[in-house]
Structures are given as structure tokens and as C-alpha cells.
Write a protein that binds this ligand. Structure first.
Ligand code: KG4
Ligand code: ZN
Length: 337
């Protein structure tokens, strides 16, 4: 029985979770609504909100898990990548709390945590992936295909050379005048639209890498030209536009994933990260897995976007190896992985 407290503060969600081995006892997330008025995350406001939220969120996580802080065996926290000011709040809190409780502190890479979120156990009874597996990590800042050989051995075999898939969703939404974050808005509208109504060209990038900036530019110019002829173009075609851009992003994502399966021979497949909440992507992956004979692992909705349970489980694997962090460690803004 190992109790780990996980802390996540890399962007605009303050989250704390308690797990017992890999079983989730609590997973509390405080969202920061302050950013929606600015159309994106304002780093200064994010770190301030983390500072306000962190102690209450940890308090609730411990209460909901029905354990006392003295029962904790270790504290795992997100070291990076993310916004430095936000990461500093979680890092400083985790280090001080661990020091006060005289327990080890464990640094976790946010992206690796998304990838290991599949090992969280709760009531949903999801099957855990077998090693080695391929994970398509699609978030607001990253798009990668990762070969996962063990919790500590991961290799990026493909990644975006410019924008991330989540950025493509958010930027397309912004061009359409939708609120931030745009991914869930596009998802919602796409459900009622025709995915083949508009066609956007796909990038020609060698190997397993991705590119999304060309699609964003093509979408921007297409709308600019269409609005010249019809000022109500976006309003009238909102659903078809959302469905078509979503369809194109999914096509781009899955084409390279299919190629990665061909190249590695690995058919154990997982998706992770905020964009894995997208209902179109989830459905397309289910269909593809069926035809291609993949063993597919889709995380429960609550573990797709940023959460501390995934940080705790990544920390648990490091705890088993005795891989602890030093008190003088500092966060990193860019991925080290
Ligand atoms: O993993 P995440 O919560 O934070 C990062 O580490 O970046 O991912 C956030 C991204 C945002 O770009 C957001 O628009 C996107 O995930 N997202 C979605 C959906 N839900 C969140 N994109 C498409 N469809 C969704 N349903
Ligand atoms: Zn994330």
C-alpha cells in the first residue's frame, strides 16, 4: 500500500490527487476561468490562481481520499514542460510539503504522465496497455507518437515540427470567433456538421512527423476569401466548418499513426492528452482499431485533460525504483524528453 499525492500546475488547472498504488482515491481539479476573457492563458494570472488554489485543492484531495497527510509515502509533482510561473507554484509546494512530512519528493514529466495515465485504476475497469505500446500524445502544446517500452523507457518516434494538434483546434476556433479553449467548441459544433463539406489540403511531411501550421494558414485564407463574398459565411457554415477542420486534423493524426504501426509492428495503441477527449478522434480510432486489429486504449474522459492523478501514477512508478528528486531541483519550461 503506497499512498502518493500528485500535484499538477503546468498550465491553467490546479490539480491534486491521491492514489493508493495505481488506484485513484481522489482527483481534484480547479479550473481557472479568469483566462477566457483574454482568449488564451495569461501566465501571470495563472500562477497567481495556482497560488490561491493549491492549498484548498490539496486539502480536498486528502479529505476525499479519506487519508491523513501523515499516511502519504511520497509527493509527485509536474516539473515541466509548462509555464514556468505556474510550475514554480506546484514545485515549491511539493518540495516544502514533502520536507515538512519527511517523505520523498518525485519529479514527473507532464508528457510522460499523460502517456502513463492508462495505468490509473478506478471504477471504469479499463484494461491497461501491455508493453511495448505506441502512444499518440495530442495536447495543447505537443503532438507526438511515442514508443513506450516501460514506464521509464520511452522514445519519441514522431512529433510535430510546428503547431500541436490542440493548437490547430484552438487556432481554427479563434479564426471562427469561438471562445477559448476552442477544441471542445469545435468538437461540439462538429457533431452537427458535414465533415466533407469543405476540403483542406494535408501536409506532406516525411516519416512520422507532423505539421499543422499550413492547415491553420489555409483555413485562415479560406475564411478570409469566403467572408469577402458573404459576410455571414462563418455563421451560416459554422457546423460544417467545424466538422471539416476536425475531420482533416484527425486524418492527419491517424495517417502517421498507421504508418508508425506499419514501421514498428506494434499493435498495442493508446492515445493521451487533451485532444484525446475529442469525440471524433475517439470514434475514428475505434473504427480504425477494428479494421486494423489494434488493441486500443482510450483514457476515461477525466484523465484526458490535465489532472494530478496521472502525475501521481507516473510518480508511483518512480517510487518503485527509488527515483527521488533533490530539494534544489527547479522546473523546466520546455520538454526534456
Ligand atoms: O493536455 P491538455 O489538457 O493541456 C496541455 O498539456 O496542453 O490539452 C489541452 C488541449 C487544448 O488545445 C484543448 O483545446 C484541447 O486539448 N481539447 C480538445 C478537446 N478537449 C480539449 N480538442 C479537441 N476536442 C476536444 N473535445
Ligand atoms: Zn497536458
Amino acid at each position: 500500500m503506497t499512498y502518493i499525492l500528485g500535484i499538477e500546475s503546468s498550465c491553467d488547472d490546479t490539480s491534486a490527487a491521491v492514489i493508493n498504488n495505481t488506484r485513484v482515491l481522489s482527483n481534484i481539479i480547479a479550473n481557472q476561468h479568469v483566462h477566457s476573457a483574454y482568449g488564451g492563458v495569461v501566465p501571470e494570472l495563472a500562477s497567481r490562481a495556482h497560488q490561491q488554489n493549491i492549498i484548498p485543492v490539496v486539502d480536498v484531495a486528502l479529505k476525499e481520499a479519506k487519508i491523513s497527510k501523515n499516511q502519504l509515502d511520497a509527493i509527485a509533482f509536474t516539473r515541466g514542460p509548462g509555464l514556468l510561473g505556474s510550475l514554480l507554484v506546484g514545485t515549491s509546494f511539493a518540495k516544502s510539503f514533502a520536507l515538512a512530512l519527511r517523505i520523498p519528493v518525485i519529479e514527473v514529466d507532464h508528457l510522460k504522465a499523460h502517456i502513463l495515465s492508462h495505468f490509473l485504476e478506478d471504477t471504469s475497469g479499463e484494461k491497461q496497455p501491455k508493453f511495448p505500446y505506441l502512444c499518440l500524445t495530442v495536447s495543447g502544446g505537443h503532438t507526438q507518437i511515442v514508443k513506450v517500452t516501460s514506464p521509464s523507457a520511452m522514445e519519441i518516434i514522431g512529433s510535430t515540427i510546428d503547431d500541436a494538434a490542440g493548437e490547430a483546434f484552438d487556432k481554427a476556433a479563434k479564426i471562427m470567433g469561438l471562445p477559448y479553449p476552442g477544441g471542445p467548441e469545435i468538437d461540439r459544433l462538429a457533431k452537427q456538421g458535414n465533415p466533407l463539406a469543405f476540403k483542406f489540403s494535408q501536409p506532406r511531411i516525411a516519416g512520422l512527423d507532423y505539421s499543422f501550421s499550413g492547415l491553420k494558414t489555409a483555413f485562415l485564407y479560406f475564411l478570409r476569401d469566403s467572408l469577402r463574398n458573404d459576410a455571414a459565411f462563418i455563421d451560416v457554415n459554422k457546423m460544417d466548418l467545424a466538422a471539416s477542420i476536425q475531420y482533416t486534423i484527425i486524418e492527419i493524426l491517424l495517417k502517421k499513426l498507421k504508418l508508425a504501426v506499419e514501421q514498428t509492428g506494434i499493435k498495442e495503441i493508446a492515445i493521451a492528452g487533451g485532444v484525446s477527449a475529442n469525440s471524433g478522434l475517439r470514434q475514428a480510432m475505434l473504427t480504425l482499431a477494428e479494421t486494423e486489429g489494434w488493441e486500443l486504449h482510450i483514457p476515461a474522459m477525466r484523465y484526458t485533460t490535465d489532472n494530478a492523478a496521472m502525475i501521481a501514477v507516473a510518480g508511483y512508478f518512480k517510487f518503485l525504483e527509488g527515483d527521488f528528486a533533490a530539494q534544489n531541483l527547479v522546473p523546466y519550461a520546455r520538454s526534456k524528453f
